[in-house]
Unconditional design. Structure first.
Length: 293
């Protein structure tokens, strides 16, 4: 089922992001424990990430294909264009279609880390908007793109970045999933600007990363340019030595945020699960979205 159909059928669509496991043991745990636990929560779809510079391309394809065949859940593949030729992107889309995967998260992506020999591919696409146009021209896919409530870290003006986000929708994107954030006011401003000033009408879905540990979330925020509000940062400092208390704080904080976001009228949530179901399950139970699960 296509993204747009899911959002037309349900007022609130919950989805989960996974990443390709790095070991056979981690893959077994994902398929035998984490995914079955996620499916108990009846998500609309899952997504699977795509490594920097396309470094997990084959693993991503293998994982999304396996999930689709073994569980029958809608699964969307991330697809980045940095470092990828048009030929390789066309081949990847063809394999997605052959495997019954009709939804894609189209991204520019990042170059591989610590690779001084990296060079962009010739005959490729420089920006996500170019990739969106290409996929739309191929046809048969629903396309989600990334949005940044605090602005992309490489863009000096968040309003310029938001304009570029709207341009991706004009190019053919069917919806937006945001980067993680911890201040709902950032999302509210982003959502209002896109809808009321730029005329965006597609679903704008907040991305939610429940905090698991102080060091981990500070690292993630540093990588993606998200900020931790002072009160959140202070609480994380107090809990830094207690991993379980920090995880519970992450659940409580995300529950409060999601409750406010629901009242704002968001069309869904996209949980960055890190291949674990526990925090997302607890948050959904707190919100009454997984009663009896």
């Amino acid at each position: 089922m296509l993204f747009t159909q899911l959002h037309k059928q349900k007022p609130l669509v919950v989805s989960f992001e996974l990443f390709p496991p790095k070991t056979a043991e981690a893959e077994a745990k994902l398929f035998e424990q984490a995914i079955p636990e996620m499916l108990e929560l009846e998500p609309g779809f899952l997504t699977c990430t795509y490594g920097a510079g396309g470094s997990t391309r084959e693993e991503t394809m293998r994982i999304v294909t396996r999930i689709r065949k073994e569980f029958g859940i809608e699964i969307a593949s991330h697809l980045t264009c940095i470092g990828a030729s048009r030929e390789s992107i066309a081949a990847y889309l063809a394999r997605m279609r052959e495997n019954g995967i009709n939804n894609v998260l189209a991204l520019r992506g990042d170059p591989p880390l610590n690779d001084p020999n990296y060079r962009p591919a010739r005959e490729g696409f420089r920006l996500a908007i170019n990739l969106v146009r290409y996929i739309k021209g191929v046809g048969g896919f629903d396309i989600f793109v990334a949005g940044y409530p605090e602005g992309h870290p490489e863009c000096p003006d968040k309003y310029l970045d938001w304009q570029r986000c709207a341009e991706k929708v004009d190019a053919g994107a069917d919806g937006i999933i945001t980067q993680l954030f911890y201040d709902n006011n950032d999302f509210f401003e982003f959502d209002d600007y896109l809808r009321n000033k730029l005329g965006v009408t597609v679903p704008i879905v907040p991305g939610i990363l429940p905090i698991l540990s102080t060091s981990q979330i500070r690292r993630f925020c540093g990588l993606c340019g998200a900020k931790l509000p002072p009160q959140v940062s202070a609480q994380l400092d107090r809990l830094a030595g207690d991993k379980e208390a920090c995880r519970q704080y992450g659940i409580d904080l995300a529950t409060q945020m999601c409750d406010e976001l629901i009242r704002h009228g968001v069309p869904g949530f996209h949980f960055y699960t890190l291949n674990r179901a526990g925090s997302a399950r607890a948050i959904m139970q707190n919100l009454g979205l997984a009663v009896g699960k």
